[in-house]
Design a binder for this molecule. Structure first.
Ligand SMILES: [Zn+2]
Ligand SMILES: [Zn+2]
Length: 176
């Protein structure tokens, strides 16, 4: 299936792929017809190209954090011919434009999730299946704002991620 970089945790990728399959089987992700990206969204990344639109559309259609490899595999499965490097570049540009949240998996690989508005979010992410849940982060924002105000630093940003084992995965041992 996916072209995999040598640092990619195969089990992590297959767990995410399995999570995709579960959702695709239900009411979740439909790779064949993901929702159209909001108007003007592709233009944020620079010159709108069909490839960028495809990547953005696939990310919007995917409700969980995904690696570039997994998103690329999903795109190929729908007949897209977009290259993995274009997927990487587009995801990175989306993150830089504030339109994707980024977390790192256990191996340090970046996972992306579409951010529909300008407010960043923090997530609790399952190490086994990759499912993610936005969490309330008021105290973190207050603390970060205060540090930013009092430190004299400009453009202070923060990255906070919580990882655990979701209720579904607790019920099913990981290695079976
Ligand atoms: Zn899980
Ligand atoms: Zn925050």
């Amino acid at each position: 299936m996916a072209q995999r970089g040598k640092n990619v945790n195969d089990r992590g990728v297959s767990a995410l792929a399995a999570a995709f399959d579960r959702r695709a089987a239900g009411a979740g992700v439909t790779w064949s017809a993901p929702p159209a990206p909001p108007p003007g969204e592709v233009e944020r990344l620079g010159r709108p190209t069909p490839q960028r639109t495809e990547v953005l559309q696939a990310l919007v259609g995917c409700e969980e954090f995904v690696s570039a490899q997994l998103l690329h595999a999903g795109l190929l499965a729908t007949g897209s011919r977009v290259g993995l490097s274009t997927v990487y570049r587009t995801l990175t540009a989306l993150a830089a434009a504030g339109r994707a949240d980024v977390v790192r998996d256990a191996n340090g690989e970046r996972l992306f999730r579409y951010r529909p508005d300008d407010d960043h979010r923090h997530y609790l992410i399952c190490r086994q299946c990759g499912i993610s849940v936005p969490v309330e982060s008021g105290p973190v924002e207050t603390w970060a704002d205060q540090i930013a105000r009092t430190s004299g630093f400009a453009d202070v940003q923060h990255t906070v991620q919580l990882a655990g084992t979701c209720t579904d995965c607790v019920a099913v041992p990981a290695d079976t």
